[in-house]
Design a protein around this ligand. Structure first.
Ligand code: UDP
Length: 449
């Protein structure tokens, strides 16, 4: 445990049960533990982490009573139930820790670090007088949207008519109205959601799984708005790699298959851990992939196609034809796939982890965003970083987009841009780089609390 004089620090990390959120929290915990802090890792019963990968953490399971309330029952309802139900157990545990501390002569600091979706932890920390830090596992740009959306609404500029969706939002460059998170949800639900997840007690600091070189102007805006330290320590899978954190079993057979493919020839297709699609869209995807004539790995997560267990909706002759040139898997070892020299493009839903993982390997992307921050990530990729193409999900368009990214001059240029950004990230995560410095600053900051 980190000690300064006679003072000791206990960090209580509270993760949310989503794959793209738990992974960065485990990575952050590993880093802080390597710096000597003791880690209590609190999680819901839904999607618990694997304790054997982190033998030195103390795991605390929070009864969540979520039976039947999955994220697909509606995000507001899910988050409300998750936060209300997880609070009592953590509260009891923290009070016990505080009481034990009072009984001993040793000085001990308890610091709460919580995933932004587990907002109850910030409120609880405020009630108990404990310092709290928020971990943002998405792009930093989602934070300004929490004050810009209500402001646009107040001024009668949001929601907008369809004809304005492509327009840029002047105070939120480079994003358009169509890139705003939660677009498509009824406005009252969006406002309620923003109010619910906005901290009632101001956090002492924010930790963002991003980099200065990727989101510089947004970070300036956030620092100005919150007036607390913002630590940019990403990409965590490089700054603090951990063993696999996948909820699903990875099909590693795609790696020896990749070994047999030509360099930069394979399109890797994955829509992450949450997105779901209609069988009609999935069928267009299949035809587009097949008609592109390029080798591929297509991740179809079981249950991700409405009303289907897996790929039984696809015509058998199409599946047989596809298997000649590629692999359809249920879950892939994504980071290893992206790091493989045979992979030349990533068709993605543009979740933030997937975006960072692609950037770190210099892989250009085809962007098919669905919700929350994914539209913003896709905008960064296509408009700002110029290493991504926006997709239209129709078989002819898909065929041409795959060929554009893998075998055209335009694709070569996107790859060149992706590799330039990869190099900037490499510098940021090495000794003296911005992310490394920020990690050191974070440790110093925690020790100052
Ligand atoms: N992932 C994986 N195998 C797959 C698909 C995804 O390991 O077949 C991992 C991926 O590496 C990433 C995470 O799942 O770390 C997805 O997170 P992201 O933020 O991209 O999207 P989300 O799932 O939260 O929508």
């Amino acid at each position: 445990m980190a000690e300064h004089g006679r003072r000791r620090w206990q960090l209580v990390l509270i993760t949310s049960p989503l794959q793209g959120h738990m992974t960065p929290m485990l990575q952050l915990g590993s880093y802080l533990q390597s710096k000597g802090f003791s880690i209590i890792f609190a999680h819901s019963e839904l999607n618990p982490p694997n304790p054997s990968n982190h033998p030195d953490f103390i795991f605390l399971s929070l009864p969540d009573n979520l039976s039947g309330t999955g994220i697909f029952s509606g995000i507001n309802q899910f988050l409300k139930a998750l936060n209300e139900n997880c609070r009592p157990h953590l509260e009891k545990h923290l009070i016990q820790m505080i009481n034990t501390q009072k009984e001993t002569s040793e000085k001990e600091s308890i610091v709460i670090i919580y995933d932004s979706l587990m907002f109850f932890a910030g409120n609880l920390a405020g009630d108990l007088g404990l310092p709290s830090i928020i971990l943002r596992s998405s792009c930093a740009a989602i934070l300004p949207s929490y004050w810009i959306i209500p402001q646009l609404h107040q001024e009668g500029r949001f929601p907008v008519q369809d004809s304005f969706l492509q327009e840029m939002i002047p105070e939120f460059h480079p994003f358009r109205y169509k890139d705003l998170p939660f677009i498509g949800l009824p406005i009252q639900e969006v406002l309620d959601l923003i109010a619910m997840i906005s901290p009632k007690t101001p956090a002492s600091a924010y930790i963002c799984n991003t980099l200065e070189c990727l989101e510089q102007s947004t970070l300036t805006q956030i620092r100005h708005h919150y007036q607390v330290p913002i630590f940019t320590i990403g990409p965590l899978h490089k700054t603090s790699p951990t063993p696999s954190t996948s909820f699903l079993e990875e099909d590693t057979s795609c790696i020896p298959w990749l070994d047999k493919q030509s360099p930069k020839s394979v399109i890797y297709v994955s829509l992450g851990s949450l997105a779901t699609i209609d069988a009609k869209i999935a069928t267009e995807m299949a035809w587009g992939i097949a008609n592109s004539n390029q080798p591929f790995i297509w991740v179809v997560r079981p249950g991700s196609v409405h009303g289907c267990d897996w790929i039984e909706f696809l015509p058998e002759d199409l599946v047989s034809e596809m298997k000649v040139r590629g692999m359809i898997v249920k879950w892939a070892p994504q980071k290893d796939v992206l790091a493989h020299s045979a992979v030349g493009g990533f068709w993605s839903h543009c979740g933030w982890n997937s975006t960072l993982e692609s950037i770190c390997e210099g892989i250009p992307m085809l962007c098919q965003p669905f919700s929350i921050d994914q539209m913003m990530n896709a905008r960064y990729l296509s408009y700002v970083w110029k290493m991504g193409l926006e997709m239209v999900v129709e078989r002819g368009e898909i065929k041409s987009a795959i060929r554009r990214v893998l075998v055209s001059k335009e694709g070569e240029e996107m790859r060149r841009r992706a590799m330039e950004i990869e190099e900037q990230v490499r510098v940021a995560v090495t000794h003296g780089g911005s992310s490394r410095n920020s990690m050191n600053d974070l440790v110093e900051f925690i020790l100052s609390l």
